[in-house]
Design a protein around this ligand. Structure first.
Ligand SMILES: C[S@@+](CC[C@H](N)C(=O)[O-])C[C@H]1O[C@@H](n2cnc3c(N)ncnc32)[C@H](O)[C@@H]1O
Length: 314
């Protein structure tokens, strides 16, 4: 058996759809704002002409190191930037291209991050409750949030970011436990959740608690809200923005943004004339969300919750 290299660990989701729907100019400039291990960039490089230009962002230093290795034969790759996509406007002025024919956001985390117990994202494996995408960032880790948030804020976090129905009981159990012992590991937190949430909903509650903490630690929804208008600004007219999301909070944010930006007037219907002066900046390429094929889900279970939306700059 051939050993898998570390850069093969993450299988890019809906890669055929991304290649087909994002590449409007075969010699154009493309920006992957969530490079991960570079799977989507690699697939794009295979169909684009040699004079095309590819750029990537990621918060995660380790992921970019592997992406560099994975993309070493990709002649179109110009630059990989270790920064948050929320800061694209401050980081693109130095690039050879100032506008892009395609921009991709493949949200959430990669298999590299999920599978490494030391990153603290998985409830199945013992590790520190870290969950920062950017391990250089001096921001509170999941363990810090668990230790320092008051019970009300913990309920709010689990409810808002995990859409967890048992948020109240879970927060109370966390607060009771932390009075006895500091909660520092994934397995310690998972045991507390298991005591409150019983099968058949236990696994879902575990996933929702871990998702909620991850979203809070990384400010994921705020950063998504910040990047969407900036990404549209950076598109060439006719260029496309593709967003793959993995839970309803992300997809709702993208859907609302696309609907709003694809609409001319946003005045309430009762007003006889437009006073908002809003003009559509994009049109939606797919009115209905695109989901992976059953074949892809069978081959890659990470794809099962993926939803793809694409918009084109007017
Ligand atoms: C689903 S993975 C991307 C996988 C990639 N498309 C591939 O095929 O290898 C998402 C990546 O986005 C990164 N990420 C999440 N939030 C980010 C942000 N605000 N800025 C930059 N990168 C971010 C994560 O570190 C992770 O590597």
């Amino acid at each position: 058996m051939v050993a898998r290299s570390r850069s093969d660990i993450h299988v890019p989701v809906m890669v055929d759809e991304i290649v087909r729907l994002l590449t409007t100019a075969l010699d154009g400039a493309y920006l992957d704002l969530t490079t991960g291990l570079g799977g989507h960039l690699k697939a794009l490089s295979l169909v684009l002409k040699p004079e095309a230009r590819l750029y990537g962002f990621d918060k995660d230093t380790e992921a970019l190191k592997l992406a560099r290795e994975n993309l070493r034969h990709c002649a179109q790759l110009k630059q990989l930037i270790n920064a948050s996509f929320a800061d694209i406007d401050g980081n693109t002025s130095e690039l050879q291209d100032r506008t892009f024919d395609g921009i991709l956001l493949d949200l959430g985390l990669s298999s590299l991050q999920l599978d490494d117990p030391e990153r603290g994202f998985a409830f199945q494996k013992e590790g520190p409750l870290d969950m920062r995408f950017d391990q250089r960032a001096e921001i509170p880790t999941a363990a810090d949030l668990i230790e320092n948030l008051n019970q009300e804020d913990l309920v709010e976090l689990l409810r808002q970011y995990g859409e967890e129905r048992q948020a109240g009981r879970l927060a109370a159990a966390i607060v009771r436990e932390r009075q006895k012992e500091v909660i520092l590991t994934t397995t310690h937190l998972a045991d507390i959740v298991r005591q409150v949430a019983k099968p058949p909903h236990q696994k879902k509650s575990l996933a929702r608690v871990f998702q909620a903490l991850r979203i809070a630690v990384n400010g994921e929804l705020d950063q998504l809200q910040q990047v969407l208008p900036k990404a549209v600004d950076l598109l060439t007219p006719g260029g496309r923005l593709a967003v793959i999301s993995y839970h309803s909070l992300e997809d709702r944010t993208v859907k609302r943004f696309f609907r709003r930006e694809a609409t001319d007037c946003l005045c309430p219907p009762r007003l006889p004339v437009c006073i908002c002066q809003h003009r559509a900046t994009i049109k939606e390429v797919n009115r209905h969300v695109i989901v992976p094929t059953e074949k892809e889900i069978a081959q890659n279970s990470r794809a099962r919750s993926a939803k793809l939306r694409i918009a084109e700059k007017i």
